[in-house]
Design a protein around this ligand. Structure first.
Ligand code: DOR
Ligand code: ZN
Ligand code: ZN
Length: 425
């Protein structure tokens, strides 16, 4: 089977390509990437006016299976990923039971093998049951196919336990995906410590809740030599600390989620839990620092923290609803609209942040359109304008603050291992 994508604008930072190019796929591989391909093909697709980029990789999603299938499943989450332009996603282990053993990693992989339409790279827990008491079988999970470890949803508060886990992660050559939140400082906080929390009457979450653990974990990474990837950074001091760590030559990387670079606490209209996520929406100064960090490549990754919840759970109001919003189906449009079309970030940087760098951090042979590589490809129409409508989401979760937003930039085709798994019609 040969598919020819003709007339597109190829952006592939791994080869320094940013210009018109045809791309020929043969079975599950990229066969040719050249200015004018005239080879015979079973299918020729006109992608003129569109970006053709290496398949996007989301290092941070929640697929909720096993245990919370009413929120999302590996199958529905993978379909949402395909619609959002993602060809590989990393599901976090805070399921029920927790993904904390080689058996559970195999469960996710086997389920994904049967039902998922994109590549699923499972993340194992740092500690058994995510209880924070003793490290999980990290070596065994990596042998079973875990791509990384994370305690996402909370921090490992016992510094010695975390240190031991970092040593094991280093030995297994995988990164640690770090959720930074001091359990004792956060109390029952629901929104940023600021005007919105006061107005709505909920407990505030200070920047220190995140910053204190970020500082600790960077120091631990320095001591252990492990690769540390900071999840969903939300504060200006986290940007500063990442910059300093990288200047010091540490193997520290960091991600920012679209909601943190498009919204602040001032955008929270009232008691609407679609604006509640962890870490929370912060101040204008924090948002500006995150944008500056992303556009100067200090913060090298855009991830979604796709966190589907059922409408009934989100209807409980900001005080009682669970944290999290969906992100897979809005990430490209929000990034294009807020950062690329405003001239703050180049299209090449967007591809680096959403594919090239995530592949590098995960140490996987992806994020490139070089001939011979697996044909994971995303096609984006940068000029398409539309209104986000949560009813069109294929995710089970409709919990988004972006419903009704006018955006520019649409995923029109997602190809996984040479197979078209999503096409906009
Ligand atoms: O908003 C969030 N949702 N933040 C987290 O840390 C966990 C996640 C979830 O699992 O829902
Ligand atoms: Zn988290
Ligand atoms: Zn998360």
């Amino acid at each position: 089977m040969r598919i020819l994508l003709k007339g597109g604008h190829v952006i592939d930072p791994s080869q320094g390509i940013d210009g018109p190019m045809d791309l020929l796929i043969r079975d599950d591989r990229i066969e040719k990437l050249e200015p004018d391909i005239t080879d015979e093909a079973d299918e020729v697709t006109d992608v003129s006016g569109c970006y053709v980029v290496p398949g996007l990789i989301d290092m941070h999603v929640h697929l909720r299976e096993p245990g919370f299938e009413h929120k999302e499943t590996i199958k529905t989450g993978s379909m949402a990923a395909a619609r959002g332009g993602f060809t590989s996603i990393c599901p976090m282990p805070n399921t029920k039971p927790v993904i904390d053993s080689p058996e559970m990693v195999r469960f996710v992989r086997e389920k994904a093998e049967k039902e998922a339409v994109v590549h699923i790279l499972p993340v194992g827990a740092v500690t058994k049951g995510q209880m924070g008491i003793e490290p999980a079988d990290i070596t065994g999970m990596v042998q079973a196919g875990a791509a990384a470890i994370s305690e996402d949803g909370k921090s490992v508060m016992n510094t010695e336990v975390y240190r031991q886990a970092m040593v094991l992660a280093k030995e297994a050559h995988i990164p640690v995906l770090d959720h930074c939140e001091d359990k004792y400082l956060v109390k029952d906080g629901a929104l940023n410590a600021g005007p919105a929390a006061e107005r709505i009457g909920v407990t505030g979450i200070s920047n220190g809740v995140e910053d204190i653990i970020t500082a600790r974990d960077i120091l631990l990474a320095k001591e252990t030599g492990c690769r540390l990837h900071l999840c969903h950074c939300s504060t200006k001091d986290s940007v500063r600390m990442v910059r300093e760590a990288r200047e010091d030559g540490l193997a520290v990387s960091a991600e920012v989620c679209p909601h943190h670079f498009t919204l602040t606490e001032d955008d929270i209209p009232g008691d609407d839990a679609n604006y509640k996520m962890n870490p929370p929406l912060r101040s204008e100064a924090d948002k500006e620092a995150l944008i500056e960090g992303l556009c100067s490549d200090v913060m090298q990754v855009i991830s979604t923290d796709h966190a589907p919840h059922h409408a009934d759970e989100k209807a409980k109001g900001i005080g009682k609803a669970p944290f999290g919003i969906v992100g897979l189906e809005t990430s490209v449009a929000l990034t294009m609209t807020a950062l690329v079309h405003t001239g703050k970030m180049t299209p090449t940087q967007m591809v680096e942040h959403m594919s090239t760098v995530p592949a590098k951090i995960l140490g996987i042979d992806k994020g490139s359109l070089k001939p011979g590589k697996m044909a994971d490809i995303t096609v984006i129409d940068p000029e398409a304008e539309y209104t986000i409508d949560k009813e069109t989401f294929v995710s089970k979760g409709k919990n988004t603050p972006f419903d009704g937003w006018k955006v520019k930039g649409r995923v029109t085709r997602t190809i996984v291992a040479g197979k078209c798994v999503y096409e906009y019609r």
